[in-house]
Design a protein around this ligand. Sequence first.
Ligand code: OFO
Length: 164
Amino acid sequence: MLSKTLQKALNEQINREFYSSYLYLSMAAYSESHNLPGFAHWMKLQQQEEVGHAMKIYKYVHERGGRVELGAIEQPPADFKSPTALFQDVLNHERSITAHINKLYEKALKENDYASQVMLQWFIEEQVEEEASASAILETLKMAGEKGQALIMLDRQLARRGQQ
Ligand code: OFO
């Protein structure tokens, strides 16, 4: 059985994962409206992954005899200053999610809740990947710039996400 404290914290994380999903959908919409279909494709896949993260915790809470309670999802920003700013925001967001996952893990450690520690280890590894991929794209944008050929090439590369 999950403790009430951990159950509350996991419910909050479900909300954050759904917010992430909503944020990436908003980033996809921004990309579509700026003629960056590859960026939009990348964001839409990310959006689906985030729903998967939320549902993983949802399933886990029930498996442990807990109760899922869904809260309101905050409105995400609709505008981003530039493609580089967009990926800077992705990286910043993922860093904040990592910090929350780490706090959850600390709670599970404190409570000697071994099952939650194992479940959260999956998220700890996932966050390493999330930050690494955002950071790699951000670095490319910083190096190549946002104009002309370089941006078109990157857009084509992002369009292949999920196919490699
Ligand atoms: Fe769920 O990892 Fe991104 O936010």
